[in-house]
Design a protein around this ligand. Sequence first.
Ligand code: PLP
Length: 428
Amino acid sequence: MIYKRSSALFVEAQKVIPGGVNSPVRAFKAVGGDPIFVKEAKGAYLYDEDGNKLIDYINSWGPMILGHAHPAVVEAVVEKARKGTSFGMPTEIETKIAELAVSMVPNIDKIRFVNSGTEACMSAVRLARGYTKRDKIIKFAGCYHGHSDSFLIQAGSGAVTFGSPNSPGVTEGTAKDTLLARYNDLENVRQIVEANEGEIACIIIEPVAGNMGCIPPHTGFLEGLRTLCDTHGILLIFDEVMTGFRLAKGGAQERFGIAADIVTFGKVIGGGLPVGAFAAREEIMNHLAPLGPVYQAGTLSGNPLAMAAGLTMLTLLDQEQEIFDRLEEKTAYLHKGIAEVLERHQIIHTINRLGSMISVHFAEGKVVDFETAAAANNDTFKKFFHGLLEEGVYIAPSAFETWFITDALSYEDLDATIQAIEVVAQKL
Ligand SMILES: *Cc1c(COP(=O)(O)O)cnc(C)c1O
């Protein structure tokens, strides 16, 4: 496989864009080499600037759950664009997608649309703070909720009680209001809650973690958080930016039968356009401006093109429950295939999967939290990544990412992927 043009484009990009990318995860920093420049994509495949065809397991990091350039979504966007691309005034389509989202997702009465998952999570936390009149929040090490200041706090020894900023630019004042807990460790959360009685506004969590690879919650963990929140007057925020409209129509809330107080969305909800959203029951959402005092706004929020893509995507998912069954079956098939190959070649690994989220960790034991995810062998991952690329399979250039399975993948694609892993495994 040749990457001449991608490399040349990367050289040009680096002159005018920091690191040559508009989001760091697109760089190949963790795996080495130059990022691939995409020319176009259709269904399950990417076509890069050098003319290579790749089976895509990133799918824009989640949104393209039905594959790239889905005809109905493209059609809806093109048709809308002809009628004007932004007004900064209410449009009917915003109510349509809101009604549909509210009908698909449990425990929400009202929803507000924003432009990214970051914005959704940032606004959800502000709303939780405004509603509870408390300042502190609990987040889990290894969970990602976008790049707003309160969330750029990572675990480190001694940082469990008072978070320390892990990005310059996040002030100590902000960091100290974010308390860090261990994923899948209810006792740890309980201790933090009890040590900060009456001060915690919300616990925000990825109900299935997807930003340290895929890490499903232990049985009882989410239930335990729900009970803890109820006991201490804390709001439970499910960050469903990744799991929403993916694990089920109603996301993780439906999948696990647990009610969150505020839910955030992104990725799938925009059908590939920049959309995020946050939602809750009426009593909480009515605290938002212009009804209530908690301010939140956006010039391009509810943008007609974005709403057209999102509404079409959600309508397709709402109409066909079988999509979720198919996604699950395909992911299970891939899981079995990968496991069989890696076991036969005696490569130490752990595969985590829930629904259509799956990740391969080159780790010895179980991967249940950030620490165990971080303990995996990154050298093996690098070889695995570049080996697969050479075979025409594109997974995320980081061991801390979930693979996103799409309905556009055929069983032939999955077999080709498993065959590629066979070739790569021989060299690991
Ligand atoms: C991607 C992601 C975000 C951030 O969304 P952006 O649209 O990239 O700002 C937040 N939370 C989770 C769980 C995500 O996976």
